[in-house]
Design a protein around this ligand. Sequence first.
Ligand code: ADP
Length: 482
Amino acid sequence: MTFQELTQSIYINGSWEPIDTDQVETIYNPATLEEITKVAYGGADETKRAIKAATDAFPLWSEMTGRERGKVLYKAHELMMERVDYLAEVLTTEQGKPLAEAKGEVTSAAQFLLWYAEEASRAYGEVIPSATKGKRMLVIPQPVGVVGAITPWNFPSSMITRKLGPALAAGCTAVLKPAPETPLSAIEIFKIFAEAGMPKGVINLVTGDAKAIGQTLLESKDVKMITFTGSTAVGKYLMRESANHVKKISLELGGHAPIIVYDDADIDKATSMSLASKFRNNGQTCVCANRIYVHENIIDEFTTMLKEKVNKLKVGSGLDANSDIGPLINEQAIAKVKSQLEDAASKGGEIVTGGNAIEGAGHFFEPTIVAGATDEMVMMNEETFGPLMPIQTFTDEDAVIAKANDTDYGLAAYVFTENLSKAVRTAERLEYGLVGVNEIALAAPEAPFGGIKQSGVGKEGGHHGMDEFLEKKYVAIGIDEK
Ligand code: ADP
């Protein structure tokens, strides 16, 4: 796949802006470290103009019917599905994940558009029976206004449609800032929206200086809501700064997901799913397993089976059809995995398999299992965002649930057991926004995805996801009763 040397990446009021060649950012392929292209490096000025365009477009878009807005989303979904192979290749080239995973992500991105195309017609209000006579009470959902959306590099496609789908369905207009590492998927999605007939100004794209773009979104009174997926540190900053204008916020932040495997689990299923949870996107997902607690009675069988499966994984360029695991996003990601591994080794952790960076151009690291993990190890407390799987044993249900909950994060947790009562008890007691029971695939357009504690506020997906973009206006009507 070849790109032009310069790729237009700032889209304001329905037009792609020319690039100032002094203000560019280079995009690299993480599998080869080769330059893919350069995109525009925008800042405050572009963001202000984008906010103005979104503000001007708001009356038109918000006053269209849900069915009319849904038609544009539906068309965009169709175009995405028609171009799934091309979009997957773009995604893999800039982000690294294997093509099959990229195709899965693009399909899921399109599914968000499809689901919210349908949901656009279903922003129901309420009629409340008044306690006193002479009054009628209505609740009317109305779009919050202009939304500032900031997305991460680990899902360059689906994080965009998971935010823009419900925002647009609700009648909001938006300014999107994609991650600097992965703007190319965002550009392709915006081309598709334009082709699908999105009126000008409804969505605007600004790549460039994250701080300047973020600050401009935060400082503008016209931006009524910030929706963000990324690190807890940046999420906290956005939350603090949103207080100045009391903006609405929806934040999907970091996680530190535990997997609990009881001794009555189906070990074949538990090992396959633990592996999929940990190594999907090379461990670079906020819901991926960060620590595994395995009952002492099955530790040998579990570890042996897991090791066998992990050893079959092929690491390589995501564009190579044989690769199961692609590169990490950058050098810092490799350094973090190495440092967590060194810390674990110094505290008695035993490497069952893997443990090394792979020589070559890209940021490759072997899928790694560490047995004998202790609570003091950094990887048992801090997000790894890499292919490192620590295992600790347990014997007691209460104790393992307490350990699983002993973190400031609260995004996703998983439990494997064939005992229904134990599954329900554990799911109810895990302090997480998402719990998988004998299941690791949690995100779906129709379901509410979101963390608690320091993993975030708000939900994405389902009617709950669209609710975030709707104010509930209460209208009291005084009438003369006969
Ligand atoms: P990660 O470590 O996964 O890259 P970040 O939170 O740094 O997580 O990045 C997620 C998104 O937030 C990216 O689009 C990034 O450019 C953006 N971002 C980072 N810092 C800021 C900031 N100060 N203001 C607004 N957006 C920011």
